[in-house]
Design a protein around this ligand. Structure first.
Ligand code: UDX
Length: 440
């Protein structure tokens, strides 16, 4: 039997880490302190869009490889604790580390000597050193490591199984670190050992670079629209250069989600604290924000005033394959349309419940009731609308029966914020098809 591991936090990252190690034969103790999340984990009602993860979770539970608990005391006999708590954005773009510090204080009495406290959460550069100093001050011989996650929502388990790289920051000569290295070596995964600070920085720089690619291509899309060139062809053409690559060059309504926006903001804030302005990142965030207005601008070109019009909206989540609506550009766009007085018939394969919860938590659900209808299928959303707006790149939308769509959408107007279809084909089918940065 392999040695027992601990995971603190049962969100997307924590669950993928716990299941990923459990299916490799490590018994895992998964500690979740939130009552609601604990209940969801034990009852299996969570992350409906992460099919692989949910299936693998059920399997390792059945095999007795994972023990879910709300008691932090249960980590007592563990040598490696992977800490996967949330580090949300504070009011000024700074990172809110309150969950991390609460976890440290709760765990400290139960961490055995020589245990590794492994920070998977995204934390500002220097945080790992501060946590190490805290343990040192307590006289506790705990090794703090930074082991940032690069998992994508919707593909968390796939990314855990086959990561592009594993970055571990800490004292590389420490016996526990060498042991961890050996433990991972068995899986022949690309491994980079570095300092804690470098590991923390790698995570931010990676996400900021991905955000930069997206804002760059969106800026190019804006220019393509005015010059009559085609962003898809341009992206393909530049991406064929291996120094640039095809990934993250899909123009659309901008990036969102729980990571990219907050990590760009946090990096700028970390720069500000060092009196360093970061104009590239400021531009990345600004282009991303402005890109969300694309839908409203297109509708204005069609109708002038938007008040009173009725639209179907396909997609509310921040990307296809995830039920997450946190920092979703789709939500920003549809709220923008609601402010303009548009009536919306919303459909999303997995995200509607998350959106209801979000609006309920903000106290706005009731106020939108007169303007919003919740559709059970994409077809239901199309009844008596004047057009369709696509805001998320769900596979279901890409595979929709376009002939049927043409018959149930009398106006033929489609505003596609995710460039899901070929403009020439849509034209042939008789749609009035408007997409981002492409010729009609
Ligand atoms: C991201 C990183 O990819 C991952 O490595 C890190 O661990 C967590 O943050 P995630 O937030 O799951 O993952 O989403 P990602 O797939 O990166 O997409 C982020 C946003 O960018 C989405 O809103 C998506 O729609 C948008 N996007 C992505 C584009 O607009 N164009 C693209 O070409 C790619």
């Amino acid at each position: 039997m392999k040695q027992k591991l601990g995971v603190l936090g049962g969100g997307y990252v924590g669950l993928a880490v716990a299941v990923g190690f459990a299916e490799r034969g490590f018994p895992v103790v998964l500690v979740e302190s939130s009552k609601a999340r604990f209940k969801a984990l034990t009852q299996g009602s969570f992350f409906s869009s992460e099919g692989d993860l949910v299936q693998a979770f059920e399997k390792v539970k059945e095999d007795g490889m994972i023990h879910i608990t709300s008691r932090v005391e249960d980590i007592q006999d563990i040598s490696y604790l992977f800490v996967c708590v949330g580090t949300p954005e504070g009011d000024q773009g700074e990172t809110d580390l309150s969950y991390l510090w609460a976890a440290i204080e709760q765990c400290s009495p139960y961490l055995r000597e020589e245990a590794c406290f492994i920070i998977k959460s995204t934390v500002p550069v220097g945080t790992g050193d501060q946590v190490q100093a805290w343990f040192d001050k307590q006289g506790k011989a705990v090794q703090v490591l930074s082991y940032p996650e690069f998992l994508r929502e919707g593909k968390t388990l796939e990314d855990f199984r086959q990561p592009s790289r594993i970055v571990i920051g800490g004292d590389v000569n420490h016996p526990r670190v060498m042991e961890l290295r050996q433990l991972l070596a068995e899986y022949s995964l690309p491994l980079l050992l570095t300092s804690r600070r470098d590991a923390e920085m790698i995570k931010y720089a990676a996400n900021a670079f991905l955000a930069t690619k997206i804002s760059f291509i969106n800026q190019m899309a804006q220019l393509c629209e005015t010059l009559g060139t085609d962003i898809q062809t341009v992206a393909k053409g530049i991406g064929m250069d291996p120094r640039i690559g095809q990934a993250f060059l899909a123009a659309g309504i901008g990036y969102g989600g729980p990571c990219l926006p907050k990590d760009v903001a946090s990096l700028m804030e970390q720069g500000r604290k060092q009196d360093l302005e970061m104009p590239i990142l400021a531009a990345v965030a600004r282009v991303n924000h402005d890109q969300r207005r694309w839908v409203r601008n297109q509708l204005r070109k069609q109708w002038g005033q938007l008040k009173g019009h009725v639209l179907a909206i396909w997609g509310v989540t921040f990307k296809g394959g995830s039920e997450d609506v946190r920092e979703s550009p789709a939500v920003w766009v549809l709220e923008d349309l609601l402010k303009e007085g548009v009536h919306l018939q919303l459909y999303d394969p997995y995200g509607l419940e998350s959106l209801k919860e979000l609006w309920e938590s903000r106290g706005v659900l009731e106020s939108y009731a007169g303007q919003v209808q919740w559709a059970k299928t994409c077809w239901d959303s199309l009844e008596h609308v004047e057009g369709l707006v696509i805001l998320t790149d769900w596979q279901e939308f890409k595979e929709v029966d376009l002939h049927r769509l043409k018959t149930v959408l009398p106006s033929s107007l489609i505003i596609d914020g995710r460039n899901l279809f070929y403009p020439s084909m849509m034209k042939q089918l008789g749609f009035k098809y408007i997409s981002v940065g492409r010729k009609v």
